[in-house]
Ligand binder design. Structure first.
Ligand code: GLN
Length: 306
């Protein structure tokens, strides 16, 4: 959203806007701390200046948008439940600042764990010490978060990022470019593994945060998610498992023997996912991992044969 012309406001004007925005946030049951987060992003204020209110005396503060535009977007935050990350146009994720728009899911804190689990999966695989090399893929990359996270921790690997949405891929590519990973990540438009057919059997690992929410549940999600985030990235079909089922069925022909299969899923899906992986017949060492809240959130498996 931050594509407006830079603007300058006085510290006093911004102080007054902040007070009023915080009051309105409390009245609308939105955390008032979001105002300060937004001002860090839009006005470049640091937390100390915000806490001490020292910016009140500054004569000029450069802003990424006018106060009128900020006010209009804050109104949308409170009354249309537009997520604050879409207003700022960025979100923090692991050590990165990622550009986001409503074309991509806002990367979640729990998804950060997938990167550490991929590293642990490589470290623990005594059978296959070269898993940190070769091709790795993030299927359904969205903002590019997972692909960038993998490129960061797997310096010897070639990373691929696939998304069905061309608009999402543009954002992912911009993020890779901004963060210095443009030469490490190959972007492909298409459905799941399909654009990677020429590399069948060669992948050391696959990581995905696929859509996993049952269709009927999508309508019950909080309005920030339901009304503003892309349903393509959320809706996993009747039982939420359509895409995970597809990834279980198809991945063994793309991964090399011993290759890593790693996904995020929803609370309550672990037993079904584990059973599908075991029944498929091509996987071994199936494991379920919790997120930081203790919810069974991640499924990891290796393709048998090494
Ligand atoms: N974790 C997301 C949510 O809470 C859903 C992401 C997904 O479906 N992959 O809405």
């Amino acid at each position: 959203m931050v594509d407006q012309q830079p603007q300058v406001v006085s510290g006093l004007q911004l102080w007054q806007w902040r007070n009023q925005a915080m009051q309105a946030a409390i009245a609308a049951a939105v955390p008032p701390s979001e105002v300060d987060w937004l001002l860090q992003e839009i006005a470049g204020l640091d937390r100390l200046a915000l806490r001490l209110e020292s910016f009140k005396d500054w004569s000029e503060i450069p802003m990424a948008m006018s106060l009128a535009d900020l006010e209009q977007l804050w109104h949308r935050r409170l009354h249309d439940r537009l997520p604050v990350q879409y207003i700022a146009g960025v979100t923090p994720w692991r050590k990165f600042q990622l550009v986001v728009s409503s074309a991509v899911l806002i990367p979640r804190p729990e998804t950060e764990c997938l990167i550490d689990l991929a590293v642990a999966a490589i470290t623990h695989s005594q059978a296959n010490p070269s898993l940190d090399q070769g091709h790795w893929v993030d299927l359904g990359t969205g903002s590019g978060a997972i692909a960038i996270g993998l490129a960061d921790v797997l310096p010897k690997a070639t990373i691929h990022a696939v998304d069905y949405s061309a608009t999402a891929l543009e954002i992912a590519q911009a993020n890779a470019q901004n963060l210095g990973f443009a030469d490490r990540i190959y972007f492909h438009q298409g459905s799941w593994w399909e654009p990677l057919t020429p590399l069948k059997g060669q992948f050391s690992g696959m990581v995905s945060n696929p859509p996993y929410i049952p269709t009927e549940t999508v309508a019950t999600l909080e309005p920030e998610v339901m009304q503003h985030e892309p349903h393509l990235a959320l809706d996993g079909g009747t039982d939420g498992l359509d895409d995970i089922r597809h990834l279980i069925a198809v991945s063994p022909s793309y991964l090399r023997p011993g290759g890593v299969w790693l996904i995020e899923m929803m609370a309550g899906q672990a037993d079904a996912v584990q059973e599908m992986l075991l029944n498929q017949g091509s996987y071994c060492n199936v494991q379920i991992y919790p997120d930081l809240e203790g919810i069974e959130r991640f499924a990891l498996a290796y393709v048998s044969g090494e």
